[in-house]
Ligand binder design. Structure first.
Ligand code: G1P
Ligand code: ZN
Length: 563
């Protein structure tokens, strides 16, 4: 018997700070826990924009972090009262970000709500986040997030079925009768992994990867950093590819990610690097809290930079059945990402796009059939199989390439450099900088953009001289809907093509994070081709720090993280 639920309208006070950033609303968990109706207000704002009806289906899930299950109960109460027909929720609330995208697309759902703060730490003293994805499975574009924000600042009431509680553990349907008009509200608890793994099987040739692993005794180490990828990695590696359990590290999701930072980079996924340096494992991968990021490490700790990874998947895409079937429609990267993929796109004569930071800018291009492969320097790689970046997909893409070429990861990367040249890349992050000095730094650079006084000037360091040929604040016009994104990062471009980029993070939960990116091209045949990136980029980093005055303005001698 379906339970009958009453709808109540609860008056509430709007918040001024519920503006979604690069990827959803992210705040310290405490804000969600202590500010009255903070979650209810934001969820109501989403629902007010979605304007659901009995045919509306929303997919809900998250990365397992602290407060996720409470937030899902709130979403269920408000969804029922706001006339949503059905919620499809991952068991125990668990769905990786790529899995949500996959399920939205598979069900032709209205959209989805993802409970994650991605790679930010979790727990009562860390971060929580809520993100809305639209019917193509991708992050809501700015028009939608702006509309949600506008609702949030003027909200007076939210509608709820306060007595409604759902069972997140039992697979299958639960139905409720809602309101005076006795509408049916359905909740369907689905396997967290099935749909996603089924999709992977249509993209990759699991049999040939399995054969490769077995015949070469190829040893893997997948580190989920206690994030959501654990159960997906277990299913794919152990159940599908026949690998032993001990190839999995930190694959039990934890509410606080074991107290660490679930961000797969050389600093926070150090453990994987150390394990790989021992020379036992042939290929390693780490993933972030919600499973959309990846870091790849070859035998003996050989680091595959995300920018190179993207270019290499592009150059070897015919190793992947999905691309063989659907063709390579085009390639794209976010503006700060190194230009490595540019050379591949050019050589293959396929469309190429340079977009602002954030995955949401790839969606329109994919929906329009212009884009098959894209990525960001921030450990994000993906294709048009879904509308989010996809960590496990990237690892499987690499396994396919390694099996196809029968080479080690290091050999694949070095051969790529020999053919296309190498883009040396680094990113300096200054986390939790005082907002006013961060703004002062950006304003100073904007002034230089405005007066164009740096053009033609020469800058020397460590015996190298660079001449500024262009300086701007990156602006992007979406080729499909003509929407314009302004102020997407300051670029200083030198006559040899080297680039310095500065922007403020849009995903932090407090203070400001400055990101400084350096990208420099080394031509094939150069004796520097395989030199450590930090050495190659030393002069440009010095110039970048001097031009931006980051150390003086922030008082920081060193960045928090270098990738
Ligand atoms: C960061 C990355 C960006 C990525 C986003 C979400 O955003 O730089 O590439 O899309 O996280 O994972 P930022 O904090 O720089 O705004
Ligand atoms: Zn993420």
């Amino acid at each position: 018997m379906a339970q009958s639920m009453k709808i109540t309208s609860v008056s509430t006070t709007p918040y001024e700070d519920q503006k979604p950033g690069t990827s959803g609303l992210r705040k310290p968990t405490k804000v969600f826990l202590t500010k009255a109706n903070y979650t209810e207000n934001f969820v109501q704002s989403i629902l007010s924009v979605v304007k659901p009806n009995q045919d509306s289906v929303l997919v809900v899930g998250g990365d397992g972090r602290y407060y996720m299950k409470d937030a899902i109960q709130i979403i269920a109460k408000l969804s029922a009262a706001n006339k949503v027909g059905k919620l499809v929720i991952g068991q125990s609330g668990i769905l990786s970000t790529p899995a949500v995208s996959c399920v939205i697309r598979k069900l032709s759902a209205t959209g989805g709500i993802i409970l994650t703060a991605s790679h930010n730490p979790g727990g009562p003293d860390a971060d929580f986040g809520i993100k809305y994805n639209i019917s193509n499975g991708g992050p809501a574009p700015s028009q939608v997030t702006d509309a949600i924000f506008n609702e949030s600042i003027s909200l007076k009431n939210y509608e709820t079925c306060s007595d409604l509680n759902i069972d997140l553990e039992t697979l299958g349907k639960q139905t409720f009768i809602v309101g005076d008009d006795k509408r049916t509200f359905t909740v369907d608890i689905i396997s967290s992994v099935n749909d996603y793994v089924d999709l992977m099987k249509t993209i990759f040739d699991f049999d040939s990867i399995k054969r490769f692993i077995k015949t070469k005794d190829f040893k893997l180490r997948f580190d989920a950093l206690h994030g959501v990828v654990g159960p997906y990695a277990r299913r794919v590696l152990c159940d599908e590819l026949g690998c032993p359990e001990d190839y999995l590290a930190h694959c039990v999701p934890k509410e606080d990610f074991g107290g660490s930072h679930p961000d797969p980079n050389l600093t926070y996924a150090r453990d994987l690097v150390v394990e790989m340096e021992k020379g036992i494992y042939d290929f390693g991968a780490a993933f972030d809290g919600d499973g959309d990021r990846n870091m790849l490490i070859g035998k003996n700790g050989f680091y595959v930079s995300p920018c190179d990874s993207l270019a290499i998947i592009g150059a070897n895409h015919d190793a992947i059945p999905y691309f063989r079937k659907h063709g390579m429609k085009g390639m794209a990267r976010s503006m700060p990402t190194s230009g490595a993929i540019d050379y591949v796109a050019k050589e293959m004569n396929v469309g190429f796009y340079e977009t602002p930071t954030g995955w949401k800018f790839f969606g329109n291009l994919m929906d329009d059939g212009k884009l098959s492969l894209c990525g960001e320097e921030s450990f994000g790689t993906g294709s048009d199989h879904i509308r989010e970046k996809d960590g496990l997909w990237a690892a499987l893409a690499w396994l396919s390439i390694l099996a196809h070429l029968n080479l080690t990861a290091e050999e694949v990367v070095k051969k790529h450099w020999e053919k296309y040249g190498r883009n040396c890349f680094t990113r300096y992050d200054y986390e939790q900088v005082d907002s006013s000095s961060a703004n002062q730094m950006i304003e100073g650079l904007k002034q230089l953009v405005q007066d164009q006084s740096l053009i033609g000037t020469e800058h020397s360091s460590c015996g190298q001289t660079y001449t500024v040929s262009k300086m701007d604040d990156f602006e992007y016009t979406d080729p499909i809907d003509q929407s314009v994104a302004k102020n997407q990062g300051i670029r200083i471009i030198f006559s040899d093509g080297s680039r310095l980029i500065y922007r403020l993070s849009g995903t932090g939960s407090s203070g400001a994070t400055i990101r400084m990116y350096v990208d420099s091209y080394i031509a094939t045949g150069s004796e520097n081709l395989a030199a450590p990136a930090s050495e190659v980029l030393k002069p440009l980093v010095e110039i970048a720090l001097k031009l931006s005055k980051i150390p003086q303005l922030t008082g920081r001698e060193k960045p928090t993280v270098i990738t």
